[in-house]
Design a protein around this ligand. Structure first.
Ligand code: HEC
Ligand code: HEC
Length: 739
């Protein structure tokens, strides 16, 4: 039955002859382990083709969608992590295999005649593979690929005459964007793979024409093959040579499996950022299938950096490791010499490789063989050394257990800076991957980080507010490693806060601590202002610097008054605020921070209100606050109290902080006592009106012509507010941006 079928198939297609010809090809000199590299390369390339094909089904080549589609593949698509991981490490594996293959070729002298053409095809394959890596690196449209590609295309623009045109052709416009991505995509999925397939077929066919290069077969088996001889049957008569099947085929398969295991090991070890796995619709834990199919959330597979954002300052851009040598090379050729590193040396090397076969004619063959080995080996060694140097220059502690360490102080400084930037970038990448689990804005994944309170909000706080305010992380922040304590520093790096510590600002504990001792550095203790004489001039000390005094002392004096009265009550009828009253007030203020219809705990409200209102040295002498009245079953709110201190209604809420940022000198905030600049959007439409309104409602404090005002966009302000309040939902603009 089987034999009838195969006879039929053979008759109709000739497949059996073909398979036999493939498998029984002679291996002159016998099967050897060192012949496996070419097969491994073809094997890994076929994995790239298959996984790449799968990836195209989910990948979207547009600058706004590319990142989120790769995020989808990595974290949400069943086995996307595996497919992407294999593709990612496959490309790197090909780089390693190419080096080994080349080495094996020159050791055998296989670049020498009659195999020159195949050597050139090999060089073509090498270039196409480099091209595939380079183009593939950009496709996720993440920071890493984006900045690395900028570096790479800028290098090409150094080429004389045509350099800028090449760059323009690659970038497709004045800046890196959608056109760059679609061009790279077309190269990566169509032009380059097709070229590679054509070159590879030619490479294999021509290889079979001369067979492996061994001592027995230096000149090729059929130097004068008649032109009409079939390619597939040439070697049939070479029965004295061991056929490819089974020994060489077995060696090749074992090697391919070993290579595949390494790739699989890397994928399973995992280089992706872990994110929290979303629960099922009914809050169910993921089952075993989801756990495996979406193991990307546990960090399996390849890394995905945060989405590309060209507005990122000092992103630690580095090319993929197999391009690092070029990157390092460029460091040695700066200024006028830049062409040497970018053009002369790389092209010189390519030319040298191309002419290697010519050293194999006639009597030169021995020398040519040796010279080929020398060139390729020294090339690999130099590339290796340059790569090590590149790695060394980025590590302040050096590499290889500190054996290789830069001694240049400036390099070390840059290395430290680089490591710090790397850590920042890592944090952002992890955060972006986590945020995108809830979806990505259609405008592009870069908005995730740009509008993220936890990362961008924190940075903005440090830049805009952190010159005066500290921010101490609480126990939970520390446990979750969200951020470290922030302390303002002066020019010499000494701690120098001049305003309160806003970590936990406005919480019950914060108010309680303030009432205990308003002069703690956490509250008003750090606030200083210059001493002024009767003419309202700043008094300078002996060192020429302005003399400073406590900036805000009213609460401190009030607290001293309470302590004094507690020791020696003047009027026994007028009860003095006790610690329990402070507790009640703190609880009450916390309730007041909520929207009116969410203030529920009536007992706490009225207890706090009574304490706030009714005792000796009472709060409402100076502070206004919303007070509740019972009307039927509902609570009615009315503002009431003194006018000489900040309004404490909604104290600690986003609204209160917003008021403080936009109008710190408003009568509802610090009025004439204010020492803090205002922050508003002072650029663009509507800002003039806003600036005028600011100066109308923020009368200048003593000695100043006007209250200082700094630019802060609306979104930036909301990011800061959310970060202070530990509300980490991204801010996307629109109607209600903070609650
Ligand atoms: C130049 C120093 C300075 C900068 C910059 C600054 N502040 Fe202030 N801030 C102060 C001072 C001083 C006070 C005390 C009250 C006052 O003088 O108005 C204060 C008070 C506050 C308060 C009230 C809480 C308290 O301490 O009683 C909040 C909230 C606040 N600032 C938030 C911010 C935010 C948010 C930013 C950044 C957008 C910022 N501040 C920038 C100096 C500064
Ligand atoms: C004599 C007037 C006065 C009394 C009484 C008073 N305060 Fe104050 N309070 C101030 C002033 C003025 C400030 C601004 C800081 C300063 O100058 O000390 C302030 C600041 C505050 C702040 C910080 C506001 C911010 O921006 O963060 C809170 C909270 C506060 N007071 C709560 C209370 C409570 C609660 C009471 C009653 C138990 C009270 N105060 C009694 C005058 C007063």
């Amino acid at each position: 039955m089987f034999s009838t079928l195969s006879t039929w198939l053979e008759h109709r297609t000739g497949i059996m002859t073909f398979v036999r010809a493939m498998l029984l090809e002679g291996v002159p000199g016998g099967a050897k382990w060192r012949y496996v590299w070419g097969s491994c390369l073809a094997f890994v390339f076929s994995i790239q083709l298959i996984t790449g094909l799968f990836l195209t089904t989910a990948y979207s080549p547009s600058s706004s969608q590319a990142w989120s589609s790769v995020h989808f593949i990595q974290y949400k698509m069943d086995f996307g992590w595996l497919i992407r991981g294999l593709h990612h490490f496959g490309s790197q594996t090909m780089m390693v295999l190419i080096a080994l293959h080349m080495l094996q070729v020159v050791i055998a002298g296989a670049q020498l005649p009659p195999r020159e053409v195949n050597w050139w095809l090999g060089i073509g394959l090498l270039s196409v593979t480099f091209g595939l890596s380079l183009t593939g690196y950009l496709l996720p449209w993440d920071q890493k690929g984006y900045w690395a590609t900028r570096v790479a295309t800028n290098i090409s623009s150094n080429i004389p005459v045509i350099g800028n045109d090449i760059k323009q052709l690659a970038v497709g416009g004045p800046d890196y964007g959608n056109h760059t991505l679609t061009r790279f995509y077309a190269l990566h999925v169509a032009i380059l793979p097709l070229s590679l397939i054509v070159l590879l077929i030619a490479h294999i066919v021509i290889f079979r024409r001369h067979g492996v290069t061994s001592a027995e077969n230096e000149q090729g088996l059929v130097p004068d093959a008649p032109p009409e001889a079939s390619l597939l049957t040439q070697h049939k008569e070479e029965a004295e040579h061991e056929p490819f099947w089974p020994r060489q085929a077995f060696y090749d398969m074992v090697a391919c499996m070993a290579v595949f295991s390494v790739m699989m090991g890397l994928v399973l070890y995992g280089f992706a950022h872990e994110v929290e796995q979303p629960k099922g619709p009914d809050g169910a834990e993921p089952g075993w299938y989801e756990k495996i199919a979406r193991a990307g959330v546990h960090g399996k597979g390849a890394e995905l950096d945060a989405a590309a954002d060209r507005d990122t300052a000092n992103y630690p851009a580095r090319p993929e490791w197999y391009f690092l040598f070029l990157f390092q090379l460029l460091k040695y050729f700066k200024g006028d010499l830049v062409l040497v590193g970018t053009v002369h040396i790389p092209n010189g090397v390519m030319v040298l490789l191309t002419i290697l076969p010519f050293f194999g004619y006639g009597a030169m063959r021995k020398f040519g063989h040796f010279f080929g080995m020398f060139v390729v080996m020294s090339l690999l060694i130099v590339v290796g050394i340059l790569t090590l140097f590149a790695l060394r220059d980025d590590q302040p502690d050096g590499i290889l257990f500190g054996l290789l360490k830069s001694s240049d102080e400036n390099t070390l400084k840059l290395a430290r800076q680089h490591q710090e930037n790397m850590r920042d970038a890592e944090k952002l990448a992890k955060r972006a991957c986590q945020l995108a689990m809830d979806g990505t804005p259609v405008e592009g994944g870069h908005l995730l980080i740009r509008n993220d309170p936890l990362t961008t909000g924190q940075k903005l706080f440090q830049v805009k507010c952190g010159s005066c305010h500290s921010f101490t992380a609480n126990a939970k922040d520390k446990e979750l490693k969200l951020f470290d304590d922030w302390v303002p520093k002066d020019k010499n790096g000494k701690a120098n806060p001049t305003a309160s510590d806003l970590g936990d600002f406005g919480t019950k504990e914060w108010v309680r601590s303030l009432l205990e001792d308003p002069m703690r550095p956490k509250h008003f203790g750090a606030v200083k202002k210059p001493v002024r004489n009767a003419e309202n001039e700043i008094v300078k000390g002996p060192d020429g610097k302005p003399e400073l005094t406590n900036g805000l002392g009213t609460m401190a004096n009030w607290r001293k008054g309470i302590d004094k009265a507690r020791k020696k009550p003047k009027d026994p009828v007028d009860p003095i605020l006790q610690d329990a009253d402070f507790d009640a007030i703190a609880a009450y203020l916390e309730i007041l921070a909520r929207p009116r219809d969410e203030r529920k705990d009536e007992k706490a409200i009225f207890a706090g209100q009574t304490a706030f209102d009714s005792e000796f040295n009472k709060c409402s002498d100076c502070h206004r606050v919303e007070k509740a009245k019972k009307v039927g079953k509902a609570l009615k709110w009315e503002i009431d109290g003194g006018e000489t201190a900040p309004d404490l209604s909604f104290y600690g809420s986003a609204d209160w902080i917003r008021g403080m940022i936009m109008s710190p000198g408003h009568k509802d905030r610090y009025g004439k006592k204010n020492l803090m600049p205002g922050f508003r959007n002072t650029e663009g439409p509507g800002s003039e009106l806003s600036i005028r309104e600011f100066h109308d409602t923020n009368p200048p404090p003593d000695g100043l012509k006007e209250t200082p005002l700094q630019h802060l966009s609306d979104v930036e302000r909301e990011l800061i507010i959310r970060w202070i309040r530990r509300d980490y939902r991204p801010v996307y603009g629109g109607a209600v941006i903070a609650k």
